[in-house]
Design a protein around this ligand. Structure first.
Ligand code: TK8
Length: 339
């Protein structure tokens, strides 16, 4: 081989080396962002996760890449939260109810019958109260970006129609891993069993539990109608989801990168709420068509439940602090026209 050829080869391979090195450097800097969630890809959660990923790619000109990973493949909510806190995972979306062990103020959102409609939900969540609660996550190693809508929760079970409180007696009801949900359903007479969402379908299928409670959308997307005959429209609580990031990781990002994520999160939130509401509006008919027997809880029966839950309400007030509780009541009164 001539000297010239040898020199050319050496130069070429040096060039290859240096390009591949800088490509590698580029790859790690603009991060692959793992965004975990619990429902499947075909759910409202999955659709909005995709919108978030696409928006991040668009706003960053392809420099930031979100990989949305659903079906609790990265673990149930609690496990992902710990991974975020430790810096082993970048982002997730999950129920605020599973965050109460980390940030006690999140329990406000678990208050039965607190929020009456989606307008109230949006004002509370996106206003000063929602911001304040979200801000509390910072001290715990998490950054809260936006709230998505999980929705108004309804009861399903495989035993009987629930038309009054007493019908809950002895029903083995899966609840989220959260004390307010646990004591609420114990107080109402059910045999409440805390369990991760990822275990729920098979627990219903094997009759380890008789029932569960979730919004229409989830009952549909998780195919609970295959293993649950009865649904009772109770709207007993409005559940938010919250998009969070690992603070350890977030603090390594530039201001511009943080802005891309925040802007994309807002776009995903607006999409998600619209999509969820559209799906929920027709879900009842869909669930009927799938063979579920559906009844609506009467307002008188909801009032009886509310009365029965006096102690639960007092407990939430004590846990989150009376200032936050009173501020919320005042805000709701304002939204409802001061009545
Ligand atoms: C999904 C959960 C789910 C929640 C539950 O990971 O656990 O019942 O409603 O949406 O966060």
């Amino acid at each position: 081989m001539s000297l010239l050829r040898r020199t050319l080869i050496a130069a070429a391979s040096a060039a290859v080396l240096s390009t591949s090195f800088s490509a590698f450097a580029l790859d790690i800097k603009p991060h692959l962002i793992r965004f975990g969630y619990g429902l499947n890809e075909q759910s409202n959660q999955g659709r909005a996760a995709k919108v978030f990923a696409d928006e991040v790619a668009k706003l960053s000109g392809g420099k930031m890449k979100v990989r949305a990973i659903g079906a609790a493949a990265l673990g149930p909510d609690n496990q992902m939260q710990q991974a975020l806190i430790g810096g082993a995972q970048e982002m997730m979306v999950g129920s605020t109810a599973t965050l109460v062990g980390i940030t006690k103020e999140m329990a406000l959102w678990d208050t039965p019958f607190l929020i009456g409609n989606t307008k109230e939900a949006d004002i509370l969540l996106d206003g000063p109260i929602g911001e304040k609660i979200k801000g509390k996550l910072q001290d715990k190693g998490l950054v809260g970006l936006v709230y998505w809508e999980n929705g108004f929760r309804n009861l399903t079970n495989s035993k009987r129609p629930i038309t009054k409180m007493e019908d809950l007696d002895g029903i083995k009801l899966r609840v989220m891993q959260n004390n307010v949900f646990l004591t609420t359903f114990q107080t109402l007479g059910a045999n409440a069993i805390p369990m991760a969402f990822s275990e729920l379908f098979s627990a219903l299928e094997t009759k380890t539990v008789d029932g569960q409670e979730n919004p229409f959308n989830t009952i549909l997307s998780s195919k609970f109608y295959e293993v649950q005959k009865y649904m009772t429209v109770t709207n007993h609580v409005y559940s938010p989801w919250i998009v969070t990031a690992s603070k350890k990781w977030w603090d390594t990002l530039t201001k511009d990168e943080q802005k891309v994520l925040m802007d994309a999160a807002k776009v995903s939130r607006d999409f998600e709420r619209k999509d969820t509401r559209a799906e929920a509006a027709k879900a009842m008919a869909d669930l009927k068509a799938k063979g579920m027997q559906i009844n609506e809880m009467s307002p008188a029966e909801s009032d009886r439940m509310r009365d029965k839950l006096t102690k639960v309400y007092a407990g939430i007030g004590a846990d989150i602090g009376m200032d936050l509780w009173n501020e919320t009541q005042a805000e709701l009164k304002k939204i409802r026209g001061g009545k």
